[in-house]
Design a protein around this ligand. Structure first.
Ligand code: NOJ
Length: 969
């Protein structure tokens, strides 16, 4: 067989495999009762619930062990393990942090001391995994040294903490219950229902067929344990794979009650509503817990608690005027049950409480019990302090906020160049074109197919000439092929993941038989960095960026399409312990690699990842994986993207057009209109789907898509400002109603519309076929204007208003009281717009005022960290309008670098004041800037037939970076 023939046989096999994979459905992934530890903990919870008042949680704090100093409480929990009263020790630490958050960590003494025996001659670590924090946490851990004991007796200790000392943790000893209070009222409670469970280490007692009495002690030990069902303690088999579990059962679980809270949000990645559903059955509820076990779920289903590609175990509970939450820092497989119950009248839950409690049950397979508690009281407090812990999303490459054109696959460098030219021909803006796995030679990363990508440099240069970028895919599996230098280096330098026997783990993925780089290993990261140097990765240029896919990791022949849990990583940790951060470690290695491609080149990386965990937001963008070209998937993308935003990883989007299948033209139109409001906006399609670049659709559809794309591009300054806010304080880039309006109860469950940053732009994309109008929920009593017509809408708080939405219309309102920036000249890419003048849109509030911000920097380097940025605050009052430095910086305090200098050529062109008062009804206004006063023309339009009065001030001519003032007096 010739090389070509062999290759196509290979490809054939892979296509078959891929087809088989595409029929992977729910039953290929575990349900709770197929996952031993989940089943055991649910059963434990059932027993506790059934026995109710008779149930005694066997976890008791030893009063004598309690010590408190410098914001930290240490104690030992004794877990009673049998009827004889034998106990095991579980050291607990409660840390009170300056941020106002508290952290509870529980370990197991015996494993901590490595005083356990491993089965199967395993050489793995004996401790509970305790390094998740090293990967995930970047700050916010300073202890609150002012925290103090507010009460202590033989039965409990109370610690008072928080900025104003208005927070309290009441730790009851027997059984252990921790009650977190704000201003005297209980909000979050641990072990209220007694589901706390840390499976302590115990040896497997093998039944040995010997005459009675010969095996000393065996009989008694067996008898004692006879009551327990050990069937899921040791080896577990699922889908033909057996997990050897060398440490036996080691799960941990805890019930966490949110008292008086009806809504809980977060814990992505799942499909379904933003407000999470109950999971213990009943009408409209799920039957299964929400699962977090990063997986490559082909053809995922909608409205499901099934796991997807990434996990963020951060949950917020919300009620009118109060948000609290928890962050469950554990990298192993995790399940979360949610039930809601009628709140009992509780003397401790003083003041305003809801009528419902949300009771959650968190279950992880291994590792430490490590939970952060947030007491709010606002959603902003939660997103900010969660970001302090896990990091804020990185300032993006500016181009990454533009539109990305992708498919599996552009088949040659000529194809890429052709698409690039056609986008220009049709005047369709885009910033990045992407290459999926077919650009490779035989699926070997860091190579180019020698037949179809003969001149990658030429391709890259054309893109560069057109101010555009290229993204190429690099996955973590490395083709097992001697002579392929990457494979040879991986093996000779010993940088791959091992199997349970200590041999290099081998599995199947796109290249066939593969090994996996182990990015937990610092040496592997160093090696990975070396591969991206321009000299090594030939054909890449400065405008080449990276896409990391399949990093859950996806293994076609592995259990649940991933690695066996008993695989071994650097440091002798089992894959079981680290599974959910595996994707983050690979993403991190690539991020580091892009930072060091060339000495002296200091540019922001752009790396898209499919798998993620808390902290991944520091490294790039994510997308929601392999969705389908259906209306239902389009609809599902909105709450998914919103959920990413409130969960600290806002640079998120879904495949526009849908990955699998062929969208109708209407669906394409609506998807581009929705995609224009995803923070990450990329069209992508499966290899078997028909070509669907925007210019192929024909009119009117090409025009409709172009219009949506141009809208995105016009608003880029505002999007970039929203990214900046996310980077500064963790604010979501697109925001759900409960986050912007935490007092408006009727909006808490609304998850099909969004605000763009702080612009006041409220959008409800159409996600249904043949729907040409929609009802937008109005969260407050402010005035709202239609984005295009400036019609003043008659709105009412908590009500819906109907707006028209022909196929070329996006339901889009502007809330009164905001100022946002646009760039109105259509161009081919974001880079081409960099020095264009701005239009400011002002939407006047009911009280006649408006405020807004603009942030801009070079969109590429780290110079902004040295003050090379423009950050303006615009303010409109009855008296006029001003632009001032948002931080009160003195322009002269920063020595302008190249970009900042060039900004002196960039001006405010127009100011459009929607809802302008009669004071603007004049021919001109005076603008004062840089010590000079000039007259500027005003074009005033009085209110007429529904349209608000508006004024267009232009050409303003003030420098964007300078202070200016328009006085109406
Ligand atoms: C799976 C990814 O989710 C998809 O976007 C990609 O096209 C294929 N892998 C091929 O690389």
């Amino acid at each position: 067989m010739g090389l070509r023939a062999a290759r196509s046989a290979w490809t054939g096999l892979l296509v078959v495999l891929a087809l088989l994979m595409s029929s992977v459905k729910e039953h290929d992934f575990k349900k709770c009762d197929q996952s031993g530890f989940c089943k055991r903990n649910r059963a434990y919870a059932d027993t506790a619930t059934a026995e109710s008042s008779r149930w005694q949680s066997p976890y008791n704090v030893q009063p004598a062990s309690v010590s408190f100093k410098d914001g930290q409480l240490h104690a030992v929990i004794k877990k009673t393990i049998n009827n004889n009263g034998d106990t095991v020790n579980l050291p607990i630490t409660v840390s009170f942090l300056q941020s106002g958050n508290a952290r509870v960590t529980v370990d197991e003494e015996r494993r901590q001391k490595q005083d356990i025996e491993l089965r199967h001659d395993s050489k793995i670590r004996k401790e509970r995994y305790n390094e998740a924090g090293d990967w995930v946490l970047v700050g916010g851990l300073e202890l609150d040294k002012n925290a103090k004991i507010s009460h202590q007796d033989d039965t409990q200790i109370n610690i008072q903490y928080g900025k104003d000392g208005n927070l309290e943790a009441a730790i009851k000893y027997s059984p252990l219950v921790i009650d977190f209070r704000r201003a005297g009222a209980s909000h979050v409670r641990f072990n209220d229902r007694g589901f706390l469970n840390m499976e302590h280490w115990r040896p497997k007692i093998e039944k040995i067929e010997k005459p009675e009495g010969e095996v000393e002690g065996q009989e008694a030990a067996l008898e004692e344990r006879s009551a327990e069902d050990e069937s899921t303690w040791w080896e577990e088999t699922f889908g033909g794979n057996t997990d050897s579990k060398p440490r036996g059962p080691e799960s941990l679980a805890l019930d966490i009650s949110f008292l008086g809270y009806e809504h809980v949000f977060g814990i992505p990645e799942h499909t379904g509503s933003l407000s999470l559903k109950q999971t213990r059955g009943g009408n409209g509820n799920h039957d299964e817990p929400y699962r977090m076990y990063n997986s490559d779920v082909f053809e995922y289903i909608l409205d499901s608690p099934m796991t997807l590609y990434g996990s963020i175990p951060f949950m917020q509970a919300h009620r009118k005027d109060s948000t609290v939450g928890v962050f469950w820092l554990n990298a192993a497989e995790t399940w979360v049950d949610i039930v809601k119950s009628k709140a009992a009248s509780n003397p401790l839950t003083l003041g305003k409480t809801g009528k419902i409690n949300t009771e959650t049950h968190w279950i992880s397979e291994s590792g430490l019990l490590d939970v952060f508690v947030f007491l709010g009281p606002t959603p902003q407090d939660l997103t900010r302090t969660y970001g302090e812990l896990t990091g804020y999303s990185a300032m993006p490459q500016e181009f990454a906020v533009g539109y990305h054109q992708c498919r599996w696959n552009y088949i040659s460098d000529d194809d890429v160049k052709d698409v690039d030219r056609k986008m220009d021909k049709f005047k369709i803006p885009y910033d990045v074109i992407w290459l999926d796995i077919e650009y490779l030679d035989d699926r070997k990363y860091f190579t180019w197919d020698p037949h179809s990508f003969t001149d990658p440099t030429g391709m890259g240069k054309q893109l560069e000439d057109h101010s555009r970028q290229l993204v190429v895919i690099i996955d973590p599996h490395i083709k097992k092929l001697e002579g392929y230098p990457i494979y040879d280096q991986l093996s000779s330098q010993d940088l791959a993941v091992y199997d349970k026997e200590g041999k290099v783990y081998e599995g199947w993925c796109w290249p066939g038989s593969s090994n996996w780089i182990d990015c937990f290993n610092p040496k592997a990261i160093e090696w990975w960095k070396s591969l991206y140097k321009y000299d090594n990765f030939k054909g890449t240029l400065e405008n080449t960026f990276i896409w990391n896919d399949m990093n859950e990791p996806s293994v076609f022949n592995g259990p649940e399409t991933t690695m066996p849990k008993d695989n071994i990583h650097f440091g002798q940790w089992e894959h079981r312990d680290v599974h959910n951060i595996n994707g983050l470690t690979f993403h991190n290695a690539t991020f580091q690699a892009l930072k060091t491609r060339k000495k002296g080149e200091l540019r922001r990386p752009f790396v898209l990842t499919r798998s993620f965990y808390s902290g991944s937001q520091r490294l790039g963008a994510m997308w929601t994986g392999d969705n389908q070209a259906t209306w239902e998937h389009l609809a599902a993308s909105i709450p998914m993207v919103l959920n990413q935003g409130i969960s600290g990883f806002p640079f998120a989007g879904a495949d526009v057009g849908g990955f699998f299948g062929n969208p109708s033209k209407d669906l394409m139109a609506r998807w581009y209109q929705a995609g224009a409001f995803y923070p990450f906006f990329r069209g992508h399609a499966h290899i078997d789907s028909r070509r669907r670049e925007p210019y192929l659709l024909g009119e009117p559809y090409t025009g409709i898509l172009t219009q949506a794309l141009r809208l995105r591009y016009a608003l880029l300054p505002s999007w970039y400002t929203a990214f900046f806010h996310a980077n500064r304080d963790g604010s979501p880039i697109v925001r759900p109603m409960y986050w912007t309006h935490p007092s408006e109860e009727s909006g808490f469950a609304v998850d099909d519309q969004l605000f763009v940053g702080s612009t006041g732009i409220l959008v409800k994309p159409i996600v249904e076929e043949n729907r040409f109008s929609t009802d937008i929920f109005i969260p407050d009593n402010e005035v709202y204007y239609d984005y295009t017509t400036y019609n003043k809408l008659s709105t009412q708080q908590g009500k819906r208003i109907t707006v028209a939405a022909a196929i070329d219309q996006i339901p889009m309102l502007m809330r009164g009281g905001h100022v946002f920036a646009r760039r109105d000249i259509p161009r081919r890419s974001s880079k081409a717009m960099r020095f264009d003048d701005y239009t400011l849109v002002v939407t006047v509030s009911k009280t006649g005022a408006a405020e807004g911000e603009l942030y801009a920097d070079d969109g590429d380097s780290f110079e902004h960290e040295k003050g090379q940025y423009i950050y303006r605050r615009f303010s409109l009052t009855m008296d006029g309008m001003t632009s001032t430095d948002a931080e009160g910086r003195n322009a002269k305090s920063v020595k302008a670098g190249e970009w900042l200098k060039a900004q002196s050529q960039v001006h405010v062109d127009k100011i459009i004041i929607v809802g302008a008062s009669a004071a603007w009804n004049r021919k001109e206004v005076e603008i004062e800037s840089e010590g000079k006063t000039r007259s500027v023309q005003v074009d005033y339009h009085a209110e007429s037939s529904g349209q608000a009065a508006f004024a267009v001030v232009g050409r303003v001519g003030a420098k964007i970076g300078s202070d200016w003032k328009i006085t109406l007096a």
